[in-house]
Design a protein around this ligand. Structure first.
Ligand code: IMP
Ligand code: MG
Length: 201
């Protein structure tokens, strides 16, 4: 089973005043749950695990937009550093797919997929809550008979709404709260925030 960094349910997070948070978001946010540096350090380790597991296989890295774009870019940067500096390297191409399943802060039953013209060996995603979005995407990808599909998700939410689906690589397991920042949005807001914040209601 994938190992991950667990953020406890009673995690108090960090005071917003300790970080540079855009003024236009200050009153909407509660606390910083995962500082940007921690996201980067964990992502660096995921890159190492992925390269080690992939052997010499060619990777088509498929970014699940929009929420996955920051994680995808940073993960690929770390994979590139490993490719440049180690004896073992993995040929890499990229593709992008857009998926929409959310309305306000609720997962909906319909999952819309736009774009993506190549088969994927590796999918990079922002967050898995119920797992429904990823399961829908995986069944679509399987129609293309890829050799292998591995899912990397920065966050997995601990929630009773989970379908039980778990990605192959997980950055953090997080409490059942609505998180924004680092490209995760609430109705398109908060993507322009570096840290992963807990929204307050
Ligand atoms: P699932 O299909 O329930 O796993 O939902 C996954 C999708 O819902 C993600 O790709 C996000 O777009 C969205 N999502 C779920 N939880 C959050 C959250 O806490 N913040 C922002 N988006 C979320
Ligand atoms: Mg969203």
């Amino acid at each position: 089973m994938a190992s991950y960094l667990q953020i406890a349910d009673d995690e108090k997070g960090h005071d917003l005043d300790l970080f540079c948070v855009p003024r236009h978001y200050e009153s909407d946010l509660d606390k910083v749950i995962i500082p940007h540096g921690l996201i980067m350090d964990r992502t660096e380790r995921l890159a190492r695990d992925i390269i080690q597991d992939m052997g010499g296989h060619h990777i088509v890295a498929l970014c699940v937009l929009k929420g996955g774009y920051k994680f995808f870019a940073d993960l690929l940067d770390y994979i590139k550093v490993l490719n440049h500096n180690s004896d073992k390297s993995v040929p890499l191409t990229v593709d992008f797919i857009r998926v929409k399943s959310y309305c306000n802060d609720k997962s909906t039953n319909s999952v819309r997929v736009i774009g993506g013209d190549e088969l994927s060996n590796l999918a990079g995603k922002d967050i898995v809550e119920t797992g429904r979005t990823m399961q829908t995407l995986l069944s679509l990808l399987s129609e293309c008979n890829p050799k292998m599909v591995k899912v990397v998700s920065l966050l997995v939410k601990r929630t009773p709404r989970s379908s039980g689906y778990r990605p192959d690589y997980i950055g953090f397991e997080v409490p059942d709260a609505f998180l924004v920042g680092y490209a995760l949005d609430y109705n398109e807001y908060f993507r322009d925030l570096s840290v992963s914040d807990d929204r307050c209601w």
